[in-house]
Design a protein around this ligand. Structure first.
Ligand SMILES: Cc1cc2nc3c(=O)[nH]c(=O)nc-3n(C[C@H](O)[C@H](O)[C@H](O)COP(=O)(O)OP(=O)(O)OC[C@H]3O[C@@H](n4cnc5c(N)ncnc54)[C@H](O)[C@@H]3O)c2cc1C
Length: 562
């Protein structure tokens, strides 16, 4: 017999995007069903780095500390290191802090790294398990693994989906108001909408451009066999076997990725050959078990031509596909979910106008284009730089080749793995729900982030008394920020928020933070993006501002502004 389920949102795909969206919706009391054809969260490590902005969102949801404890031991250094082979010569090393140090360090940083959280080097598999655990606890959220979307029909008033259960072969009918395709690179939902990826694909490089072999290995002898300090990211740089490898648990598990050479037949790769590829990069027959292996393609910089058709949305890899340099694929997926989450919830609860949903693609697609381009540039920098023939020789020429490669790779590492501009500097300029004050945003640069309250960007962060994160004071939904005697009682906007049913928190912080925001009053969205800033004299218009930020018509804006 056919089973029937109903929910406000059907999320197809329980990867990072789908699970984060379930958390955003569930925290707002919106019901959602997540289906995934896999039996559970990822077994393979997948992505290796959670960027600072994703960590700030996990902090907002209350589980950043849990994520920071996951994966590597808290005192494990997260260095990025380059070797000819792992037991061979060390060429370069960019030292980065352990997770325990990062938690303390961030409280003393300013400028580019003025943030509530620093990046965390952790395998995606651990993050997915945490996202799942928190989603499952939320009333209204149901997760169905081993369930595959077979098809759906989108009507004017909702979605009817047909889902297949792999547990008992039963069909499940799901009725929902909205459908979100967070179903990865081969997205059936994207294809059903007739939306294609645009951009670059098939880029060939010496590394990070071509078919790659991913091997999940267990090697209890690795650390004892390698005559170098521990690192998080082990790069192998020579003419024969280029690779990168992330430490997964700091004890014995590693995510090893190597580029297949022309002529290597991937269809014939066995576990023994996967082990041999790892040992070649080690430069020694270090014992290991192959836990899994698969092939994938590096060299994409693809963005879907659209991210919404009516009641159907795309997020994550379904909407953009990266080369993993810079570690941006999963992190961009998380921010899609954050952006869509509060908007869907607002519309479903009748707080936002349906037009609010049109801003999702307007805001996120330009960021996807920007981020895939940054990842492509990092891939060019690393992958077009090839090793000299003599790099492994114990000769003067070999020494010189290693010195030159080390200098280049050191500079590259600092460009690819210190990216506050990429992670904190994404902006929504031009969005219809951002109220510009005519100021110009700071220049976009990968390695420099200039805190700015110019509407459309992340609200500048500060530590109060060096201990309390400004973000921890913000409301879960809307925040009106003022500075000591700015003298708004939140009256006009409070009334408008009440009329719209929106949850708004008035936050008063010390006057010395005013310079960071350069305004008396700042309206901050649920995703911590500045929607508007202005003077006390403009406070009366704030009701209209909030109405616009929630996608309401100009008539409603005028009514609420008065
Ligand atoms: C080997 C490998 C290494 C990677 N390394 C990095 C890295 O170093 N840095 C980085 O940033 N990114 C990396 N990535 C990419 C990163 O893993 C993705 O960007 C991220 O997983 C995207 O999340 P998502 O939720 O959009 O999609 P996914 O994680 O792909 O999740 C999509 C989910 O949808 C499910 N699904 C698909 N179709 C259906 C259907 N019809 N019905 C039900 N369920 C369905 C799938 O089972 C899957 O669980 C790597 C990926 C791979 C494969």
């Amino acid at each position: 017999m056919e089973q029937r389920l109903t929910a406000s949102v059907l999320i197809v795909g329980g990867g990072p995007c789908g699970l984060m969206l379930a958390n955003e919706l569930g925290r707002r009391g919106v019901s959602a069903v997540v289906i995934d054809e896999k039996p559970g969260t990822a077994f393979n490590p997948q992505a290796n780095a959670t960027q600072a902005r994703s960590m700030e969102h996990y902090r907002r949801l209350g589980f950043a500390d849990e994520v920071r404890r996951a994966g590597l031991p808290v005192d494990y250094p997260t260095d990025v290191a380059y070797f000819t082979r792992y037991t061979g010569y060390e060429l370069a090393r960019f030292e980065l802090p352990s997770s325990a140090k990062a938690t303390e360090l961030v409280k003393g940083l300013s400028g580019s790294w003025s943030a509530a959280e620093l990046p965390h080097r952790v395998s995606q598999k651990f993050v997915e398990a945490i996202l799942r655990r928190h989603a499952e606890r939320l009333p209204g959220i149901r997760l169905h693994y081993s369930h595959r979307l077979a098809g759906y029909v989108a009507r004017g008033d909702g979605i009817v989906a047909e889902v297949e259960s792999f547990n008992d072969g039963r069909r499940v009918r799901i009725d929902a108001d909205f459908l979100v395709g967070a179903d990865g690179a081969r997205s059936m939902v994207r294809q059903s909408l007739g939306i294609s990826y645009g951009g670059l694909t098939g880029t060939r490089r010496d590394f990070m451009g071509g078919r790659m072999l991913a091997v999940y290995v267990r090697s209890p002898d690795f650390y004892a066999s390698v005559p170098h300090p521990k690192a998080w990211m082990y790069n192998c740089f020579n003419r024969d076997r280029r690779a990168f490898m992330a430490s997964v648990n700091g004890r014995d598990e590693f995510a090893f990725h190597t580029q297949l050479q022309p002529g290597e037949d991937e269809s014939a790769i066995t576990a023994a050959e996967a082990r041999a590829a790892f040992q070649r990069a080690c430069g020694a027959p270090i014992a290991c078990d192959v836990l899994s292996f698969l092939t994938w393609t590096a060299g994409h910089a693809l963005v879907a031509d659209g991210m919404q058709r009516g009641r159907v949305f795309l997020g994550g890899d379904a909407a953009h596909l990266f080369t993993p340099t810079g570690g941006l694929g999963y992190n961009t997926a998380i921010e899609d979910a954050v952006n869509l989450g509060w908007k869907l919830a607002s519309v479903i609860k009748g707080i936002g106008s349906p037009a609010l949903l049109d801003s999702y693609e307007r805001e996120r697609r330009p960021v996807a284009l920007r981020n895939t381009d940054y990842a492509r540039r990092f891939a060019d920098s690393l992958g077009l730089f090839a090793a000299a023939a003599e790099i492994e020789e114990a000769t003067e020429a070999g020494h010189e080749a290693r010195r030159a490669a080390g200098a280049y790779l050191d500079e590259h590492a600092r460009a690819e793995f210190n990216i506050p501009g990429v992670t904190l500097g994404g902006r929504y300029d031009g969005s219809p729900i951002i109220i510009s004050d005519g100021s110009a945003p700071p220049p976009d640069a990968a390695n420099v982030y200039v805190p700015s309250a110019c509407p459309g960007g992340r609200a500048p962060h500060a530590w109060l008394d060096g201990r309390v994160s400004l973000y921890d004071l913000f409301g879960f939904e809307w925040t009106l920020l003022q500075f000591d005697e700015a003298a708004s009682d939140g009256g006009a906007i409070g009334e408008a928020a009440h009329a719209l049913g929106a949850d708004l928190k008035l936050v008063t912080v010390p006057r010395n933070l005013r310079g960071l925001y350069e305004a008396d009053l700042v309206l901050i969205r649920p995703d911590q993006v500045v929607a508007w800033r202005g003077s006390v004299a403009q406070a009366r218009a704030l009701g209209g501002v909030l109405a616009r930020a929630l996608g309401h018509s100009t008539d409603d804006q005028a009514r609420l502004a008065s």
